[in-house]
Design a protein around this ligand. Structure first.
Ligand code: SF4
Ligand code: SF4
Length: 370
């Protein structure tokens, strides 16, 4: 199973869509909907022995170090890896600014690292702060030089002002440093950032850009190259292999472990009691499971989409017209992949590509549905 381990709530970045918005939205009406836990410590206080015993119940544990910024708590990462050893698969979701600080002996034990980057230097630095891009690129090159062989996922955030998905994905591909790409649209996670006119315009332009990107993906497939673009792979998988449930796996295939050892549906529900599923003393088979609710439950796209996000599905922070616009992007994504299925089939039949080229590990971090 997949375990996001929150090592600290601190972060060394002040990104526009996270830090800035959370400052503005301290009171976003969630207090009336959910019960919050105000006793969660800022730094992880979990007992590593307890974590080890808990994970013994899991045949294939995958531990995803998470924050805040997990590399602000390197000493805990080292202690955990020393204690848990090779029976656990390690991943990390990081802003990449401190990758050079983790000794290579530990870095090289990671199987996957998701690094926040939003496209080119200008876009990344605008969203994440001056000089972020250079530092992250420098660090990625360094860990490569030091022998890191795992998967590097570019974890993009597409903010509402910039719908140029195609161009920014291509900017990342050009770097030739990442193995795969995922993006998430910054929509539906805060209450007061919905602007009908602005977001409608965004959706129109974003969908056009996505069409272009899907075309680019297909042209590469025709040349025998299946680019690991997670939203495309995830939708393709659901359309051709079936499957149900949230594509991020939150509250079912994976959970988050808070700084005091509580098990909650996903890292964003860190201190929301309504999503608590157990703790490090719990029996793995008895953890509470969470299911998507309306309006997704009765949506005809549910099987393929999975419901996008458990948190926003319950929190319902945006009004219906905002939610409908988000779903318009999801339906468009599904239709684009559906439209190209005959061409993919043709390439498979001609053995230009193999079925295995579309396989990917699920639930370790990329949420699939942007
Ligand atoms: S398309 Fe929208 S309403 Fe339908 S399942 Fe996905 S998120 Fe839910
Ligand atoms: S999509 Fe939502 S529920 Fe899933 S991991 Fe991300 S924030 Fe959590």
């Amino acid at each position: 199973m997949y375990w996001h381990l929150i090592l600290t709530e601190k972060c060394n970045s002040e990104c526009k869509y996270c830090y800035e918005k959370s400052l503005k939205e301290f009171d976003n009406g969630l207090q009336e909907k959910f019960e919050f836990d105000f006793n969660i410590p800022c730094e992880s206080k979990i007992n590593i022995k307890k974590l080890k015993n808990f994970l013994k119940q899991d045949k294939n544990p995958v531990l995803i170090f998470y924050g805040g910024e997990p590399l602000l708590n390197i000493s805990k990462i080292i202690k955990i890896i020393n204690s848990l050893g090779k029976g656990v698969k390690y991943c990390m979701q990081t802003n990449g600014k401190l990758l050079d600080k983790l000794p290579k002996k530990y870095m090289n034990q990671f199987s996957k690292i998701l690094i926040s980057i939003d496209g080119d230097k200008e876009r990344t630095d605008f969203n994440r702060g001056k000089a972020t891009y250079e530092k992250v690129i420098q660090n990625i090159k360094l860990i490569g030089k030091n022998g890191f062989k795992g998967e590097l996922v570019a974890r993009m955030t597409i903010s509402q002002e910039f719908p140029d998905l195609y161009q920014q994905v291509k900017n990342i591909l050009k770097l030739n440093l990442f193995d795969s790409i995922h993006w998430q649209i910054d929509a539906g996670f805060y209450k007061n950032d919905f602007n009908k006119k602005g977001f409608s315009r965004f959706v129109e332009k974003y969908n056009q850009s996505l069409t272009k990107l899907a075309g680019f993906w297909i042209n590469n497939i025709k040349k025998g190259n299946v680019l690991k673009i997670y939203p495309f792979l995830g939708i393709y998988d659901r359309l051709t292999q079936g499957g149900t449930g949230l594509q991020c796996g939150a509250g079912d295939k994976g959970y988050a472990i808070t700084t005091n050892g509580i098990i909650t549906a996903c890292p964003i529900m860190n201190n929301i009691k309504n999503f608590y599923a157990g703790d490090l003393n719990s029996n793995l088979n008895q953890l509470k499971k969470f299911k998507i609710i309306e309006p997704c439950e009765s949506c005809k796209y549910l099987q393929v989409c999975g419901g996008r996000c458990l948190y926003s599905n319950y929190a319902k922070l945006w009004p219906k017209q905002g939610k409908d616009l988000i779903c318009k992007t999801i339906r468009h994504l599904i239709h684009e992949i559906q439209k190209h299925l005959p061409e993919i089939k043709n390439c498979l039949n001609k053995k230009i590509i193999k079925k295995q080229d579309f396989e990917f590990e699920k639930y370790f971090g990329p949420e699939i549905i942007p």
